[in-house]
Design a protein around this ligand. Structure first.
Ligand SMILES: Cc1cc2nc3c(=O)[nH]c(=O)nc-3n(C[C@H](O)[C@H](O)[C@H](O)COP(=O)(O)O)c2cc1C
Length: 181
């Protein structure tokens, strides 16, 4: 059984990005368990001084979840041509502690615009490179509102197929990595 952690960059209760991750939980095959991280809003603002001896509880919890996950799936909106500050804040908390180093990740963005949040995706990828992650694949979902129904489920067949393949790619990457070592 593989264990993935899904992290949405949106705090919005009706978030399309979070909906995509929820849908991926249902798409995943039975050998994969995906937990949706729900405490992004509980993280304090990052400061190196707060990152000294013992980090705040919400931070310790995030670090433990990241450490214990075989892979991470990010899905982020774009705010002002970049990733939302709340997501960058969470990543800043994981710099010194190193849990993301070598961690296999899928990097996704979604936007109602036809650009798909590609600038946020690129920015997130740059930060994840700094953190030493293994980026297995990246994908941006354009015109996202036309691909979800009123229950926020993905109805677009092509997107479903791509996301299924990405989940498989992440699983395969982890299996091959284990086989190599
Ligand atoms: C402050 C703010 C800035 C935004 N900037 C962008 C942007 O630069 N590019 C873009 O594609 N969408 C932008 N949007 C629109 C978001 O893509 C849209 O609100 C999206 O639904 C947010 O994702 P969510 O549904 O997961 O919360 C912005 C939205 C807000 C609230």
């Amino acid at each position: 059984m593989k264990n993935f952690l899904a992290i949405s960059g949106s705090l919005k209760s009706t978030s399309t990005n979070t909906s995509i991750l929820r849908f991926m939980i249902k798409l995943a095959n039975p050998s994969v368990k995906i937990d949706l991280y729900s405490d992004l809003d509980a993280l304090p603002h990052f400061s190196p001084e707060r990152d000294s001896d013992k980090a705040p509880e919400a931070v310790e919890k995030l670090r433990k979840l990241v450490k214990n996950a075989d892979g991470i799936i990010f899905c982020t909106p774009e705010y002002a041509f970049n990733l939302p500050g709340v997501l960058k804040n969470a990543l800043d908390w994981c710099v010194s502690s190193g849990e993301l180093n070598e961690k296999p990740v899928l990097v996704l963005s979604a936007s109602p615009l036809n650009t798909g949040g590609e600038k946020a995706l690129a920015s997130l990828q740059m930060t994840l490179t700094a953190l030493g992650t293994k980026q297995v694949a990246a994908y941006s979902i354009a015109n996202v509102n036309s691909k979800l129904n009123s229950n926020k489920e993905i109805t677009d067949e092509e997107t479903i197929s791509v996301l299924k393949n990405l989940l498989q790619k992440l699983s395969d990457h982890i299996e091959n990595y284990i086989a190599e070592y």
